[in-house]
Design a protein around this ligand. Structure first.
Ligand SMILES: Cc1cc2nc3c(=O)[nH]c(=O)nc-3n(C[C@H](O)[C@H](O)[C@H](O)COP(=O)(O)O)c2cc1C
Length: 334
């Protein structure tokens, strides 16, 4: 299976393989790693439009999108058309090349605020937010959503058509409903109804953990490309490797041994620099779990580093660990 380049408005994505937005995970330090390892496209964690307008520090951190060669989008979530429009203008003014609207997040914090996937229950409201965002900026606007709210309302194709008519230039569909949260398995074949409903490119998302799954998801959905989320945890190279595999190229190697240790420490330092020491250390903890998963003595090392709040001794602990010369089983792309 070969992928073809896609147009996202006036932007071109040569290899439609994307790193998914994951709040608290795919932050600027992680996206930088994914970009360096060849992820062709990365999307920021969602930024609440209201928070952004209040200029909270965290949303400023989330907006750091400079990714050199890699195309990057900033994702906005919100429930008021005016906030979305104003936030979109700010983000575009800040140099973003693409804005993605979040209509897939199932989190209560987001759906109670009537944004994220809750918008799928109210297509008129969804459309008003989309139109406001598209109308506010000259850069391409994309939309990420689920199949629908629940089994009884699989309205992604309907929303996809409304979005396309309103000027949205690409869609991402997670093959689950809001009610499923993350349970069950993603239904890639159900994404086909969206692909067939629109002329703009669609990326299929959900449970794609490597190149084989990516091929299967593409074949079942007919989508133009894939978006990969949780599979990249502890494996920021995965999107780059899947892009290689889908182009029929040899996979660029994942770092192992000392090179992996360097990456883990670089990411740790990125977290401290991004959030400051206290929050950075907390944020780094979950990543240590993923970096060390499935590795000899990994659980014990993780316990020690997550309890340690002295960065120098965390670095020393990580340097002292004998990082295996092979990838963990879960982190192999093909
Ligand atoms: C911890 C976590 C945070 C997420 N945050 C976002 C987000 O900010 N915006 C969004 O559109 N989706 C978010 N998602 C959903 C993912 O982008 C993706 O759609 C979902 O995880 C399914 O893909 P996967 O199976 O490859 O992980 C999040 C998922 C997880 C697990």
């Amino acid at each position: 299976m070969t992928l073809h380049p896609i147009e996202i408005g006036e932007e071109r994505l040569d290899v439609p393989v994307a790193l998914a937005p994951m709040a608290g995970i795919t932050d600027a330090p992680f996206r930088k790693l994914a970009a360096r390892f060849g992820a062709p496209y990365v999307v920021s964690e969602m930024v609440a439009s209201r928070e952004l307008l209040a200029e909270r520090r965290l949303s400023a951190v989330r907006l750091d999108v400079a990714q050199d060669e890699t195309l990057a989008a900033v994702q906005l979530a919100g429930c008021e058309a005016e906030w979305m429009a104003e936030a979109a203008r700010r983000v575009a003014g800040n140099g973003a090349r693409i804005i993605d609207i979040n209509m897939g997040c199932p989190a209560k914090k987001v759906t109670n605020g009537y944004s994220g996937s809750a918008l799928m229950r109210d297509p008129d409201k969804a459309l008003s937010l989309i139109e406001a965002t598209v109308g506010a900026v000259d850069i391409p606007v994309t939309l990420k959503m689920r199949l629908g709210w629940d089994e009884g309302t699989l309205n992604a194709p309907q929303i996809a058509r409304l979005a396309e008519d309103a000027g949205v230039t690409m869609l991402v569909v997670h093959g689950r409903t809001r009610s499923q949260l993350y349970r069950g398995t993603a239904d890639w074949s159900a994404v086909r109804a969206v692909v067939e409903a629109v002329d703009i490119p669609v990326l299929v998302n959900g449970d794609i953990v490597g190149a084989d799954a990516a091929r299967e998801a593409l074949s079942q959905s007919g989508a133009a490309g894939v978006m990969i989320g949780r599979g990249t945890q502890g494996a920021p190279w995965l999107a780059g490797q899947v892009a290689d595999a889908l182009q029929g190229r040899a996979l660029r190697p994942a770092p192992v041994g000392g090179a992996l240790c360097d990456i883990v420490i670089e990411h740790y330092e990125g977290q401290l620099a991004c959030y400051g020491e206290a929050i950075g250390m907390r944020s780094a903890r979950k990543h240590f779990g993923w970096w060390l998963a499935g590795r000899p003595d990994g659980a014990a090392v993780r316990q020690r580093v997550i309890r340690n709040d002295d960065p120098d001794s965390v670095r020393a602990e990580l340097r002292a660990y004998d990082w295996p010369a092979v990838q963990a089983e879960t982190q192999v792309a093909a």
